[in-house]
Design a protein around this ligand. Sequence first.
Ligand code: MG
Length: 384
Amino acid sequence: MKNIAILGSSGSIGQSTLEVVRNLPLQFRVVALSVNSDIVKLKQQIDEFHPKLVCVSDPLAAARLRSSLKSSVKVFCGREGLDELVKDKDVRQVMVAITGSAALAPLVSAIKNGKEIALANKEALVMAGSIVMRLAKEHKVLIRPVDSEQSAIWQSLGGQDVTSVRQVYLTASGGPLLDLPRSKFKQVTVKKVLQHPRWKMGKKITVDSATLMNKGLELLEAMFLFNLGVDKIKVLIHPEALIHSMVEFNDGVMMAQLSVTDMRIPIQYALSYPKRLANPLAGIDFYRLSKLHFAKPDLGKFPCLGLAYQAARDLGTMPAVLNAANEASVERFLARKINFLSIPKTVEKVMQRHSRIIHPNLDQIMSADNWAREEVRRLTCSLN
Ligand code: MG
């Protein structure tokens, strides 16, 4: 029986993690849960999974939850509260499923406390990949990726050293706008962008799939997780999203990981590694599947991917700036303050204005992040 903490339990990955636990009640026990503010969902989860500790980031929501609970669960709030969760001696593995840069502090703390990490959040690695990986090495913590592409690379590598890798194909479904002509991008609505053809995910990541920034963030994520040079990673459009990524070794042999498009598969593997446990999902039916498609991504149509490659070459504080500028622009788009084409335009402008620090510490990364968000606010206010 493994005791786990789920940070971000009301989100898409958090809920899928609970489904995995629900199916494997003899293997996993939930001892801690955290949400940002959704205490309605958290209450249902407390009733079903009986955690020992919970954290609600929003202090007002935390107070409301405390006054309405009958059970003996301890309720923490804010960043300090998350720290209590990841430090707890009963927690063996932490699922980091918080979206955005808010995951960085609890991730670092969980590593320093020597917890096993299942990492679903990509922004923390993008921002501070070299620091996070160095800390993980120091504390002998293996970071088990949950992102389907990173899980695929991890599984395809099969423990081989990166020096035996010729290149990695990072596959991309292409998102909801793959076949829409670029001339229509300016008018594209939030609703249309949120209709992803293959994956059911949170709003921010679905917008990132539409701009291909999601793949750009995954490029950076893969570089840090597997210590790969940027030129060894090729993005490959694969609309069926059955091959989740592939590794080509020096001898030309390729290993790919395939499975049905369901996040419960990589989540479960991150929890159960090195074991492979049963799940109720059906496999791929190759008799019914006639074709798989592949294409080179169109960087003219999806400039965000090109910007991510640029940040991956620049490194230092640039990936943090790319990430923060993107996060803030996507927020503005979801709030219907800017149009779809303004997302890459804004990110590019902010990157151009940034004075990069080559070997930043965590404070410098956080201030680059804050600076980039402030720049987006300034640029997009003058747009309106
Ligand atoms: Mg992914």
